[in-house]
Design a protein. Structure first.
Length: 163
């Protein structure tokens, strides 16, 4: 309460000339500070969610985050991708960070890939870092690459084609 009184006392002592100048300065200063955090916090704090009763046929792509609980027949690309326990994806998954709780039939490419205890993956995993929890079911090959998002699977196919 004392700070409000002091602010009120300071404004009446300089209302004739400085009052118009401090108000725009105060409103301009918080505006630039408020704008940069909003765009960076939107993709990370509010992921798109495909619910368990939703089935999608086709590719899905976003630069933000996505959580899938339903069924997808197609490729999925996102910044952060979480595959829920009830989810089934038949296609390629590409993301900076991929967390699998459900079922994936197809290739998984990601900088960070994590298979939880409830995960079932049938396909190859190309990663920079990987974590596989005890109880996860995995059938396929695992390959580490410095840049797995660049389509590193072609390196396996190139030697037989060139030979």
């Amino acid at each position: 309460m004392f700070s409000k009184t002091r602010v009120t006392e300071n404004r009446p002592s300089q209302p004739a000339e400085p009052a118009p100048a401090p108000l725009p300065e105060r409103s301009e200063a918080p505006t630039p500070q408020a704008q940069p955090p909003q765009p960076s916090s939107r993709p990370r704090s509010t992921p798109s969610v495909l619910s368990a009763d939703l089935s999608v046929t086709g590719n899905i792509g976003t630069e933000g985050d996505i959580q899938i609980e339903g069924n997808v027949e197609g490729d999925v690309r996102a910044h952060q991708l979480v595959i829920g326990e009830s989810a089934t994806i038949k296609g390629e998954i590409v993301g900076d960070e991929v967390v699998v709780h459900g079922r994936v039939v197809g290739r998984v490419r990601g900088l960070k890939v994590r298979l939880t205890a409830t995960a079932r993956v049938e396909g190859d995993i190309i990663h920079k870092t990987i974590a596989i929890e005890s109880g996860a079911h995995f059938e396929g090959s695992v390959q580490r690459q410095d840049d797995p998002l660049a389509g590193g699977a072609t390196k396996k196919l190139a030697p037989p084609t060139g030979a």
